[in-house]
Design a protein around this ligand. Structure first.
Ligand SMILES: [Zn+2]
Ligand SMILES: [Zn+2]
Length: 218
């Protein structure tokens, strides 16, 4: 079981990376990515900090921790240079903070993020079919989220991504210990959004391929 979207004290989360790892391991997860909010002000700092943490996290622990980042509320033209920077530094899970309906995200963000070197477009709101097709073409995951508010458009994302064949991923976007729900509760979010058990199994298989590639080539 995986969750590739969570926040630590490096941005607006409540827990240290080590606390996140331990909480997620206790909840039954095998791998997480710590993906703190970044823009030009802090990308160098948090990239360095999370890589320092993941490089020291023992390989033999119960849970694998991947270094990530969430490019958040950027002027759209900044997605490309900042994703490039994070990738070059060694960040393995790059999230674009998509056009959720519950925050004033700049229009055009979904498109700019999908054109940059990201791995996951988080909470993409009422994403257009053209952008879903771009995600498919570029192999970028579209996120189904348990986070309140962001989750309002889960059913829209599921319906159109299945229709057009784009990859989906189930994530928490956790900020506090209370946000860390069980793997079964996360699956239930997917079921409520309109996925079948079979589609959920496929989605976990695709995530495991993504994670295995990182594991083989650290
Ligand atoms: Zn946040
Ligand atoms: Zn987030």
């Amino acid at each position: 079981m995986y969750n590739l979207h969570c926040h630590s004290l490096l941005s607006d989360g409540e827990l240290l990376p080590s606390e996140l790892a331990v909480h997620y391991a206790a909840a039954g997860y095998k791998a997480i990515a710590i993906t703190d909010h970044a823009d030009y002000s802090n990308i160098a700092l948090i990239t360095k900090a999370i890589l320092e943490f993941t490089r020291h996290w023992p390989k033999n622990r119960k849970i694998m921790v991947l270094p990530g980042i969430e490019l958040t509320h950027l002027p759209p033209e900044q997605f490309e240079p900042l994703a490039k920077y994070a990738r070059k530094e060694g960040i393995r899970v790059i999230i674009g903070h998509g056009e959720t309906l519950v925050e004033p995200v700049i229009p055009g963000t979904n498109r700019a993020a999908l054109e940059a070197d990201i791995d996951i477009l988080a909470h993409p709101g009422l994403i257009s079919n053209a952008d879903i097709k771009l995600a498919k073409k570029r192999g970028i995951f579209l996120e189904i989220t348990s986070r309140h508010g962001h989750s309002d458009t889960n059913a829209h994302v599921v319906e159109h991504a299945l229709e057009l064949g784009a990859k989906l991923i189930l994530n928490h976007d956790s900020h506090r210990p209370e946000d860390i729900i069980s793997p079964q509760d996360l699956i239930d979010i997917g079921l409520r959004a309109g996925l079948s058990q079979k589609e959920i199994a496929k989605l976990y298989h695709q995530a495991s391929i993504f994670i295995a590639k990182i594991e083989k080539n650290p």
